[in-house]
Design a protein around this ligand. Structure first.
Ligand code: NAP
Ligand code: G4F
Length: 324
């Protein structure tokens, strides 16, 4: 029988890659979308005729119960969230509602409709925050540094709790930063590659950023969605760190991205107080040994390849948009 997966957050970066991957595996894919006044299917328009889009919202439990009753998925991937750390400082309660409590609403809906459903929760390396161990692994204690990180810690533990309390097949993937040409423009990697392309094409003359010394373990989103699926194919539910094991500063990202088009970032990057955070996560680097050993997962794209791919994609995009 054809497997059926429900993806929340299908219009987001990861949702679009996961939908593609599951279609390749022969799944029937249902994507939950929330109501908006304008269509935002940019990332999924190329697969729209092969997936089913159904309305629902993590803020509304009845909508979740209705979706599960109507489509009876065998796997649910919860990728929906208010996912931007900076916004979580200005909208902490909203972030807690969606990114934190939203997980409980979905888990309860599963418990009510069909406790046999396999569940994936999109947990985050942001939970490690002010890190107490380097590199970070599944056993590293959490020390979140933003309302987003706090909400993700709640989402993580409620997933563990429902697994232990109700015997749900619920997994939490602790994913380190992963990027792609489909990354939202507000996140630093895409902001840089889009900015580089604008400058190279004469559409801008500076790029305003915040803290250049922050270090992140950046991987490629397409590689990471496979790990989500692998977690739900195991005999037992568990939690896994997904990371490359390498870390780089925002400054280094700039150096490579500008360097790729023959520019020196020091001539264009301006540091701007507006992009600093009330509390920063200085260093993230993950140890994905457990995923490598138990899931057979490993990243396939290098940091340099990722940066160059994103710069090239933004150059292409802007040339089309501006008919250059
Ligand atoms: P993203 O591009 O920001 O996508 C977020 C998705 O959530 C969008 O489809 C959005 O819908 C949807 N959404 C937001 N609020 C919702 C609500 N109330 N009800 C239903 N849907 C809602 O995020 P991403 O980068 O793909 O990340 C996917 C997940 O992984 C998120 O949970 C994120 O926190 C987590 N994560 C990401 C990373 C990373 O580096 N990318 C690392 C660790 C964990 P709209 O399009 O309508 O806004
Ligand atoms: O790209 P960022 O906004 O990503 P951040 O905060 O690491 O969060 C992302 O990764 C998490 C996994 O660890 C996810 F859970 C989360 O959903 C999201 O996908 O910022 C990265 C770093 C930060 O240290 C920030 O202070 O870049 C620094 N930065 C410097 N200048 C900037 C800027 N970040 C942004 N967004 N914009 C800047 O101008």
């Amino acid at each position: 029988m054809k497997k059926r997966a429900l993806i929340t957050g299908i219009t987001g970066q990861d949702g679009s890659y996961l939908a593609e991957f599951l279609l390749e595996q022969g799944y029937e894919v249902i994507g939950m979308i929330r109501r908006s006044s304008t269509v935002n299917f940019e990332r999924i328009k190329h697969i729209q005729d092969r997936i089913t889009l159904a309305p629902g919202d993590l803020m509304d439990e009845v909508s979740l119960i209705g979706l599960l009753r109507e489509y009876r998925p065998t796997e649910v991937y919860n990728l929906a969230a208010q996912s931007f750390v900076q916004t979580s400082f200005s909208q902490p309660v909203f972030t807690g509602e969606v990114t934190g409590l939203g997980v409980t609403r979905l888990l309860d809906a599963i418990r009510i409709v069909d406790p046999e459903i396999r569940f994936y929760q999109a947990s985050s390396s942001e939970m490690f925050g002010k890190v107490v161990e380097v590199p970070q692994r599944e056993t590293t204690p959490f020390y979140p540094r933003s309302p987003y990180g706090v909400a993700k810690v709640y989402g993580h533990w409620i997933t563990v709790n429902y697994r232990e309390s109700y015997n749900l097949f619920a997994c939490s993937g602790i994913l380190f930063n992963h990027e792609s040409p489909r990354r939202g423009l507000e996140f630093v990697t895409r902001k840089i590659t889009h900015g580089v392309a604008q400058i190279k094409l004469g559409l801008a003359n500076e790029l305003r950023l915040g803290n250049l010394e922050a270090q992140r373990d950046w991987g490629y989103a397409r590689d990471y969605v496979k790990a989500m699926w692998l977690m739900l194919q195991q005999d037992q539910p568990d939690d896994y760190v997904i990371a490359t094991g390498q870390t780089h500063s925002v400054r280094r990202f700039c150096e490579i991205a500008f360097g790729h088009v023959g520019l020196d970032y020091r001539d264009y990057v301006v540091q701007d107080e507006r992009f600093y955070r009330p509390a920063e996560v200085d260093l993230l680097v993950g140890d994905a040994s457990k995923a490598r050993e138990k899931l057979g997962w490993q990243p396939e794209t290098s940091f340099e390849e990722l940066v160059q791919m994103m710069v090239e994609a933004d150059l292409k995009l802007l040339k089309q948009e501006h008919r250059l």
